[in-house]
Design a protein around this ligand. Structure first.
Ligand SMILES: [Zn+2]
Length: 270
């Protein structure tokens, strides 16, 4: 995987955003591989396709590409809020590539993929509607809350210019696929909430009491639910059955190597 962009490909374009778009797309098509199956060479959809930009000809996973010239913060700006909410309800929601590049050196610095099964409504935030003077007055855009995604859902292919082994990436991808079994989005949201609580404990081994500490917070997040503790235990059981956790007995739990973590337990920088 070569990290510098092919600058020549953008020679015919005038504006910097256009050049960057052409170079990042070219880079993804020629240098990247599919994090789901490892296949090299991603195919690009025609430009008029509304949501996904790329697909893997081997496993048919679809990807949206978002480039950024600065370090990622806790949020990333995306398109229309309404379109995003509609997307989440449909099966055509793509996986998301976040490609960080160096504007001066025109090279790739970081690459993350967020598998689509980590997207739930609560990580999508409405921005303020555009003011009356704007061409699209009243239009509402959205932010994706990256800090609302569990560590297991932020898979790094490239970190600070260092390329991660592809086998590790595809293994990490496979380990969270159990989330797709949870077709009901509210059930999946519970699972993700508990996964995030586990992330925040920041230990490989933890107790049920460590997770019960989030009871009040979860009760606020799910106001209709009066049985937060049983709900927590149910999620932990599900995570155990899918190989994400081990029960050690006596209320002690341990994250397995299958929990899709390869970085610091706090998730580190994006
Ligand atoms: Zn693939």
């Amino acid at each position: 995987m070569k990290l510098p962009f092919d600058v020549g490909i953008a020679a015919g374009y005038k504006s910097t955003p256009q050049k960057i778009r052409v170079m990042t797309e070219d880079w993804l098509a020629t240098q990247a591989y599919c994090p789901s199956c490892g296949h090299g060479g991603m195919s690009q959809y025609a430009n008029n396709r509304p949501v996904a930009d790329f697909f893997c000809p081997e496993c048919r996973e679809e990807y949206e590409l978002k480039g950024h010239g600065q370090r990622l913060g806790s949020r990333i700006v995306d398109g229309s809020y309404r379109t995003m909410l509609e997307r989440l309800q449909s099966s055509t929601n793509p996986n998301l590539f976040l490609l960080g590049y160096d504007v001066e050196r025109l090279t790739v610095r970081s690459m993350l993929v967020i598998p689509k099964h980590f997207f739930t409504v609560d990580i999508i935030e409405a921005r303020k509607p555009l003011g009356p003077a704007a061409r699209r007055a009243g239009w509402i855009g959205c932010n994706i809350r990256l800090d609302g995604i569990p560590v297991a859902g932020r898979i790094a292919l490239i970190r600070d210019g260092h390329v991660e082994p592809a086998s590790r990436v595809t293994a990490q991808w496979r380990k969270s696929l159990f989330l797709r079994e949870q077709v009901d989005l509210s059930a999946r949201k519970w699972l993700l909430s508990v996964m995030k609580c586990i992330d925040r404990v920041q230990r490989k081994t933890f107790t049920l009491a460590d997770i019960y500490r989030f009871e009040e917070e979860l009760a606020k997040e799910y106001p209709g639910n009066r049985h937060v503790r049983p709900k927590i235990r149910q999620q932990l059981q599900f995570l155990r059955d899918r190989g994400y956790l081990l029960f050690r007995g006596g209320g002690i739990y341990e994250l397995t190597d299958n929990s899709g973590r390869d970085g610091p337990l706090d998730g580190g920088a994006f």
